[in-house]
Design a protein around this ligand. Sequence first.
Ligand code: NCD
Length: 312
Amino acid sequence: MYPFPHRHLLAIEGLEQPYIADLLDLAESYALLNRQGKTQRDLLKGRTLINLFFEDSTRTRTSFELAGKRLGADIVNMSVSTSSVNKGETLLDTAATLNAMQTDLLVVRHGISGAPALLAQKVDAAVINAGDGTHEHPTQALLDALTIRRRKGRLEGLTVAICGDVLHSRVARSNIHLLLAMNSRVRVVGPPTLIPAEAARLGVEVHHHMKTGLKDADVVMMLRLQKERMTGGLVPSAREFFRFYGLDAEKLAWAKPDAIVMHPGPMNRGVEIDSAVADDPARSVIGEQVEMGVAVRMAVLDTLARGLRRNA
Ligand code: NCD
């Protein structure tokens, strides 16, 4: 195990392979403890974790909260509707307040790409990006990778098809960086309007048809159509989108017979994914993704807290 060289976890881009592998190994051990119902309540004892969410979230916020509690941290949830940010307080005023409260770990979700990185420059706490705009969502990519590794035994050499609204997806961006760092082959699949222009430069294959995009894929990762981030008419209609890009049993048959199906949630059933596929225990690992989310966040909190001790 290498000492983790970063104070914060703001992105997967730039995180070197051995540290990703270490985080996954540590998360794997937490997954095991969680299944055995064991907790480690002394590890973060006396540490304060603040969940600062400027955007809605169900599973990510809950998952960080549970992870922190299992490690014994004191946790406060601040969501935008209850904070004074609504009253015009700037992000930097918020940072000063958090510093005065001697926060150790700060989990931030924000609608603007780069907001957690800006906060990280102004607070003493270790900052974890829980999703910023369309930029990155590093813990989601780690939990996806852990889920894949558990099911497939490895990441290297796998073909992963990331499908749908790649343009607006911070999940896709973090996954692309992580999977490429771990030597997986990555394809993005979607209509030209929903594939970012820089996709090819990132080193992924671009496909506009599900049939070619899913061919021989080991992993089919579906993304939510993010209507709240769309400005123009990027997709004709939900029904039309489903016809061409929605994952159903017929399209899944184009992938490898043992391909697994993933979705970060929340799902638009009948838009990007058919319920019959999402709920098929033989193919879907969506529940396991949520389970691994807690284990991965425990590993991240544990790792960054160790850094705080080292730097104290
Ligand atoms: C994602 C997010 O918020 O980036 N959800 C999540 O964290 N599980 C994806 C999404 O909103 O579609």
